[in-house]
Design a protein around this ligand. Structure first.
Ligand code: ADP
Ligand code: MG
Length: 229
């Protein structure tokens, strides 16, 4: 029997109107990612990587086609259903950490869990475990402004997987970091993906990192195609 993909995009369409003309960003785009699989998304600026990640992350609706998360079709969900699915099943990491500045690292990782209904002490225990795993056990009480760029991204990654999502989406997560830090953050993210079995789609311009993932895809004329690096 075939294993259920954690994330599946089925004939996804996305168009933007630019003045009189219609810009096609995604044109019958298909993709399936298995549990524990890491897929690099490597394509030039402006080709639609962020658009694709937003649609996969249920932040934006496609104009056609469907997003299927762990076997569940999201096309028919209303906004509340999409939000619930996003919170429970999807983690997102951005290029800039987007942590809440007035909260500590620990609290930033606790919050999504508490929004998901977990009690404070349960959320705190898991947040401690995740931050330890990201080698940030000594930084739990720091606020984002008191952390280095690499540390901020590691907290953001811990937060993204705090609710044990099926899918981890990252939009150039090491794009703001120097090469050494970038490597370190990538290694930490890889360890988490392997250990948790989350399916990861990671947009990056860094070919060295892309080569270390299971496979790479690119965007060409709105299609998702295998990519050789
Ligand atoms: P990438 O992340 O690969 O750089 P994006 O997904 O951000 O690409 O953008 C792809 C294309 O879609 C770009 O040409 C961009 O200008 C266009 N685009 C993205 N969002 C919108 C929008 N909301 N309205 C109009 N055009 C958009
Ligand atoms: Mg982008």
């Amino acid at each position: 029997m075939m294993q259920t993909a954690s994330l599946r995009l089925e004939r996804v369409e996305r168009h933007f109107l630019q003045g009189e003309s219609r810009l096609t960003i995604l044109d019958q785009a298909d993709l399936a990612i298995s549990p524990g699989e890491m897929v690099a998304l490597v394509a030039p600026s402006g080709s639609g990587k962020s658009t694709l990640l937003h649609i996969a992350g249920l932040l934006e609706r496609p104009d056609g086609g469907d997003v299927v998360v762990n076997g569940q079709s999201c096309g028919a969900l209303d906004d509340a259903g999409r939000t619930a699915m996003r919170r429970a099943a999807i983690g997102f990491v951005y290029q800039f950490h987007h942590l809440l500045p007035e909260f500590t690292a620990l609290e930033n990782v606790m919050l999504p869990q508490m929004i998901g209904g977990l009690k404070r002490d349960v959320a705190a225990e898991r947040a401690h475990a995740l931050l330890d795993y990201m080698r940030l056990g000594h930084r739990t009480k720091h606020r984002p402004s008191e952390l280095s760029g690499g540390e901020q991204q590691r907290v953001a990654i811990a937060r993204a997987v705090a609710n044990n999502p099926f899918v981890l989406l990252a939009d150039e997560p090491t794009g703001n970091l120097d090469p050494t830090t970038s490597n370190y953050v990538f290694d930490a993210m890889t360890a988490l993906v392997r250990q948790s079995g989350v399916a990861a789609l990671i947009a990056t311009h860094n070919h060295d990192l892309a080569r270390r993932m299971d496979r790479a895809v690119t965007l060409q004329d709105g299609k998702i195609l295998p990519h050789t690096l």
